[in-house]
Each structure stands twice: as C-alpha cells, then as structure tokens.
Design a binder for this molecule. Structure first.
Ligand SMILES: [Zn+2]
Length: 166
C-alpha cells in the first residue's frame, strides 16, 4: 500500500518531487497564453526557453493558429522530415472547410551552414498564406513544425478549431 510519504517521491529517480530534476524539468514543448495589443496570443517554448536560437519569440494569435491547424498534414510531413532532407510537400492550395478559406502552401528550401560543424545543409521552409487576408501568413521550419504537431490538441482547444483526422 502506498503511503503519503511514497507519493512525495518521484517513481523515476526516487528523489523528493520538490527537488527532483526530472519532476521539476520544464516540459519539452509548452504553450503559454498571453495577450498582444489586447488580442490573445500563445508563445511556444521548448524546454522552457526559445524554440530556436534565431527566432527567440515564436508567438502567434488564433488566426495563425488556425492556418497551422487547417494544414496539419503538411505540418506533420515537415515535422517528420529527417534533418537535412527536403520534405515531400508540393506547392498547393488547401481548402479550410472550417473557416471557409483557401490557404496557399508554398515550400522553399535554402542551403544553410550548420553552426556546430560548418557543413552545408538543406533547410526546408513552408509558408501558409490565407487566401482571404493578405496580412495573414506564417512561415515555419522543421523545429516549429514539431512543436505545432505536438501541441495540436491544446492549440485547437485554445483557437476553438476542430481537429480533423483525430
Ligand atoms: Zn521525478
């Protein structure tokens, strides 16, 4: 039988939860809600910090979240593309039947230098553009795609957007 004392201890490390490095570690991916100029936004964090060393603030509002959610197949494909490879994604139009908007998907790639080794690698980049609002677009690479894929249920709940294929 479990006593109260056992419950205060981590089942992985055996340390007290309050001082366990495992229990106290930030989650791999998390979304923090806040507001920007009066509108709700989320910031996506990786292990409690910025998701990318070159893009310290990965934050967006509900309309951009809906672009991601409507194109989750594309997000998933990019997220599962091996490092340094190009994704199997074509330029295309996606009908967002929930919002009644067509989204254009553009895939680009550029050659970049890997910081650690100086090796040249392919960096894929996907841009989602709303067919209705010219200012509504978002671009993302593999790392952001992984975060969005992992957080899709929370994002859908926050943006009040039904997830398809779940
Ligand atoms: Zn623990």
């Amino acid at each position: 039988m479990k006593t109260k004392k056992d419950e205060d201890r981590c089942e992985i490390t055996g340390l007290k939860r309050i001082s366990c490095y495992h229990c106290q570690a930030p989650p791999e991916y998390e979304m923090k809600e806040s507001t920007f100029e009066g509108s709700p936004i989320v910031e996506i964090l990786y292990k409690g910090g910025p998701i990318h060393e070159r893009d310290k603030n990965f934050r967006f509002g509900k309309n951009k979240a809906k672009l991601f959610l409507a194109c989750m197949d594309i997000v998933e494909e990019l997220a599962s593309t091996p490092y340094g490879k190009l994704p199997d994604i074509k330029n295309q139009k996606v009908d967002d039947t929930v919002s009644g908007v067509t989204i254009s998907v553009k895939v680009e790639s550029f050659r970049d230098m890997e910081l650690s080794s100086g090796r040249r690698i392919n960096v894929p980049w996907v841009r989602l553009q709303s067919g209705k609002y010219p200012d509504l677009h978002i671009g993302f690479g593999r790392r952001k795609a992984k975060a969005i894929l992992r957080l899709r249920r929370q994002l859908a709940e926050w943006a009040k957007y039904p997830l398809v294929n779940e």
